[in-house]
Structure formats: structure tokens, C-alpha cells
Design a protein around this ligand. Structure first.
Ligand SMILES: Nc1ncnc2c1ncn2[C@@H]1O[C@H](COP(=O)(O)OP(=O)(O)OP(=O)(O)O)[C@@H](O)[C@H]1O
Ligand SMILES: [Mg+2]
Length: 289
């Protein structure tokens, strides 16, 4: 069973003065259990609309979505999912500790489980020292980390995160990446949207690129990285003099053999690759699908 199944999702927003926005144009996608999926797209592409539909917060115009085999509007689906919204907002007169207890109660956890889980996630998200302060006194990054803490408290199977790295400093981003990798190791599915391609490169199994309501490309990150190698920078040393040469991928083996035969030392072989950002830009601009 897939963790997430999306079939032909169409969302048309209708507003005043006959305003019509076709935000999703027949999106289909499967994401497996234990998979980390990065959902990339420019502003207004339809990422949050997809995510809100997955959470049952908005109804699609047509099509359907399932979480762990359950229809997204059912209680059974919601029990299995944790959601970080794009702009998390909390009852800010509560402390983080009180808020996590409230979240645990809404998931019908026992008091004992809530206490131990809340303590764990407060420490994990580095909010332990501020746990008794009202949320209104938190910085933007602390609010974002509390957003992640409340996703983790009931230990869901599927985590749907709308821009989880947003507003975090490099330390906070590294922490979130570590948490995502730990979740993956525990067999959880993590589906997250982002604009930061480097974050996708380092943690995702697959990436989907959405442009203007269409899923333009779905690819394995490892394959993209491998196929993106355009050459190698080889540094050699001959009698203490260093030389750098750019070698085409198919000529690398011969080049290394020749270098050794000449008695020179190879001190560095570094792949020169097209990064995910360039791939993303080429998809968004219609260069490759
Ligand atoms: N409630 C709404 N009413 C009308 N149009 C909407 C509504 N919500 C979103 N849209 C429109 O739907 C399209 C997709 O918006 P969405 O918020 O899903 O994009 P996004 O990919 O999450 O963008 P961002 O990266 O800026 O968060 C946009 O054109 C947006 O203006
Ligand atoms: Mg959004």
C-alpha cells in the first residue's frame, strides 16, 4: 500500500467577479511508505493547494486522494498523518508544553504518553529551555520548530510538511534534515514542499516538480545527480607540480590509467555535475520534462 495516492486532482478556485483560478490540472502521484518526497515548484504553482487537499482542508473540484489507503476526508486518514501548515499559527497565550499537551489530547493519547512524547520532541526541536514561556514570546524560527514538534507528537505514519525549512537558520535546517532522515529510517513517509533545491538533494529519495498546476517531472534524486555529471575535475601531481584537467565522463578510466603509467600521482577526482537547481530551472522554463 502506498502512503499517499493522488488521482487526477483538479482544483478550481472560484471567487468574486467570476474570478477563476485553475490551481491543479489533473495531478496524479504515488508516494511510498518509508519514502522522502520533495515537492518543488515556483510560487503559485499549486503546492499548498495539493497539500491542503491531502489534509482534507479543501475539497478538490474533481479527483481523489488517499492517505495509507484511507480517503483524506476520513478520521482514519487524519489519525495517521501529521501536518505542518505553510504559516503555522498557535494559541499564543499557551506555552509550547501546554500546546503539545493539547495536540496530544486531540489525538486521544494517554496523559502518560503525552508527557513522555512532548518531553522528547521539545528536546529534539531544541525548545526545552523555552517550553514554559508563552508562544507569543517566540522568534519566527522557534514557532516553526514548534510547528514541527506538534507534527511529531502523535508519531504519525505520514508527515506532510508545507515548507518545513522556511524561516530557519542553517542550524535549524540541518536539524530538520536530521529529523527527516530519522523518520525515514523508522519507515515513515515524509512529503514536503520547498523552494530550496539543496534541501531536496540532501534528504529526498524522489522529487516532483509542479509548475502551473501540472506535475511536470517526477524523478529519483540519485538518478538526477548521476545523470547530471558532465565531467570530472582531475588533479594530478607530477614531480611536485600540480595540474588540473577537466575530463569527459567516458574518458575518465583511460585518463587515470595513462596518468599512472606516466608515473604521476592522482590527488583528486571530483565530479562536475549539473545540480538540482539547474534541473529545476530547466523544467520550470520548459526545457525538459
Ligand atoms: N483560496 C484561494 N482562492 C483563490 N485562489 C487561490 C486560493 N488559494 C490559492 N489560490 C491560487 O491557486 C494557485 C496555487 O496556489 P498555492 O498556494 O497552491 O501555490 P504554492 O505553490 O503553494 O505557492 P507558494 O510557493 O507561494 O506557497 C495560485 O494562483 C493562487 O493564487
Ligand atoms: Mg504554498
Amino acid at each position: 500500500m502506498n502512503a499517499i495516492e493522488i488521482r487526477n486532482l483538479v482544483k478550481i478556485y472560484r471567487g468574486k467577479k467570476r474570478m477563476v483560478v485553475e490551481a491543479l490540472k489533473g495531478l496524479s502521484l504515488d508516494v511510498g511508505q518509508g519514502e522522502v518526497f520533495g515537492f518543488l515548484g515556483p510560487n503559485g504553482a499549486g503546492k499548498s493547494t495539493t497539500i491542503k487537499t491531502l489534509m482534507g482542508l479543501i475539497d478538490p473540484t474533481s479527483g481523489e486522494a488517499r492517505i495509507m489507503g484511507e480517503c483524506v476526508s476520513s478520521c482514519r486518514a487524519r489519525r495517521k498523518v501529521g501536518y505542518l501548515p505553510e504559516n503555522p499559527a498557535f494559541y499564543d497565550y499557551l506555552s509550547a508544553e501546554e500546546y503539545l499537551h493539547f495536540v496530544g489530547e486531540t489525538h486521544r493519547m494517554t496523559d502518560r504518553d503525552i508527557m513522555s512524547r512532548a518531553d522528547d520532541v521539545l528536546r529534539l526541536l531544541e525548545l526545552w529551555d523555552s517550553r514554559k514561556r508563552p508562544i507569543r514570546s517566540y522568534s519566527k524560527g522557534m514557532v516553526q520548530r514548534l510547528g514541527l514538534a506538534q507534527v511529531l507528537v502523535h508519531d504519525p505514519d505520514v508527515l506532510i510538511l508545507d515548507e518545513p525549512m522556511s524561516g530557519l537558520d542553517p542550524l535549524g535546517r540541518a536539524l530538520v534534515k536530521r529529523i527527516i532522515m530519522d523518520l525515514k529510517a523508522r519507515g515513515k513517509c515524509v512529503f514536503f514542499s520547498t523552494h530550496i533545491t539543496a534541501d531536496v538533494e540532501s534528504v529526498c529519495d524522489r522529487v516532483g516538480i509542479i509548475v502551473n498546476g501540472n506535475l511536470e517531472s517526477v524523478a529519483e534524486v540519485e538518478t538526477l545527480m548521476r545523470e547530471g555529471i558532465e565531467g570530472y575535475l582531475v588533479r594530478t601531481s607530477s614531480g611536485g607540480v600540480g595540474v588540473e584537467t577537466i575530463v569527459e565522463p567516458q574518458k575518465l578510466a583511460d585518463f587515470l590509467v595513462e596518468t599512472r603509467r606516466a608515473g604521476d600521482e592522482v590527488t583528486l577526482v571530483e565530479p562536475m555535475r549539473r545540480n538540482l537547481e539547474e534541473f529545476f530551472l530547466s523544467v520550470v522554463k520548459g526545457g525538459r520534462c
